[in-house]
Design a protein around this ligand. Structure first.
Ligand code: B12
Length: 230
């Protein structure tokens, strides 16, 4: 790995951590990952790397959830998105100052309502960057903070050291999320996720007074990760 790439990474990581990030990793953009990108040729250009950033959610907010999203959780979700978008913006500015190009992907924006996809899948990028694994809850699970993280991605041509290894599946025998889900959308692996039922529940929640966004949070609330720090 080149010294320049490592130094660039340290600089970007430091900036992200100052902004509130708890994990930062680099994914090399290989065809396998690019399948989860939906960018026009003009938007894609030649981005060799994706910077994946995670911020941690408040356990107190998540633990206050009973069986549905609350106003407290709604505002926390919005705060997390704003923090992530701020970090992605700051990283973009820094990379441009360094003479390279960067494309920040918003934390929570949908590109195609019918397909329910975004320009870039933050989860797949985070897995490729070594931040964690796809858990039974179908979320990116980190060993330290479980699935209690939200994610953002910045594509760039800044020379960076791409992760060589990905985290192994670390849920072990834990099935808390499977037991917690009010509509049984989870199973033995992320491939068992029942999108239609999850979507219908979140659509129902979003119509509740004062919610207005597709959130739930219960599968995040119960996910401890593998180091069992809490
Ligand atoms: C649209 C969307 C939704 C839709 C569903 C879309 C979908 N297909 O899953 C709905 C509204 C249902 C939803 C629900 C939730 N969401 Co959402 N959502 C998104 C959004 C904006 C786009 C997702 C997207 O691009 N999907 C398209 C497909 C291609 O990519 P994917 O979803 O990442 O991956 C799917 C497949 O690849 C497959 N899969 C899984 N494992 C594997 C493994 C292999 C090898 C393969 C081939 C495929 C595969 O399953 C995945 C999910 O269906 C992202 C933000 C983003 N830009 O990534 C947030 C995001 C995924 N959501 C997030 C969260 C937290 C939630 C909720 C908990 C709601 C909440 N905040 O309270 C629930 C959790 C549902 C669950 N258990 O999966 C977080 C996840 C954080 C994390 N730790 O992983 C994200 C990343 C937002 C963020 N900025 O952090 N979401």
């Amino acid at each position: 790995m080149s010294e320049t790439a490592q130094n660039n990474f340290e600089e970007i990581k430091h900036l992200a951590e100052q902004g509130g990030a708890v994990k930062v990793g680099i994914a090399g953009i290989e065809p396998k990952l690019k399948r989860y990108f939906d960018l026009t040729p003009g938007e894609f250009q030649s981005w060799p790397y994706a910077i994946s950033v995670a911020v941690r959610l408040s356990r107190a907010v998540l633990e206050s959830l009973d069986d549905r999203p609350t106003h407290l959780y709604k505002w926390h979700y919005k705060q997390a998105n704003a923090v992530l978008d701020g970090i992605a913006f700051a990283i973009t500015n820094k990379i441009q100052e360094m003479g390279y190009r960067a494309l920040p992907i918003a934390a929570s924006q949908i590109l195609d309502w019918k397909k329910q996809n975004a320009h870039v899948s933050h989860r797949h990028t985070a897995v490729a960057a070594g931040l964690g694994w796809f858990g039974r809850n179908n979320l990116l699970v980190t060993k330290e903070f479980g699935a209690q993280v939200r994610l953002v991605t910045v594509l760039t041509n800044l020379p960076l050291p791409a992760a060589r290894e990905q985290a192994a599946f670390g849920c072990g025998e834990c099935r808390r999320c499977v037991d917690e889900c009010p509509v049984d959308v989870l199973g033995e692996s992320s491939g068992d996720f029942d999108f239609d039922r999850c979507f219908s529940l979140l659509d129902y929640f979003s119509r509740k007074k004062g919610i207005g966004v597709m959130i739930c949070g219960l599968c995040q609330k119960v996910c401890p990760g593998s180091t069992k720090l809490w």
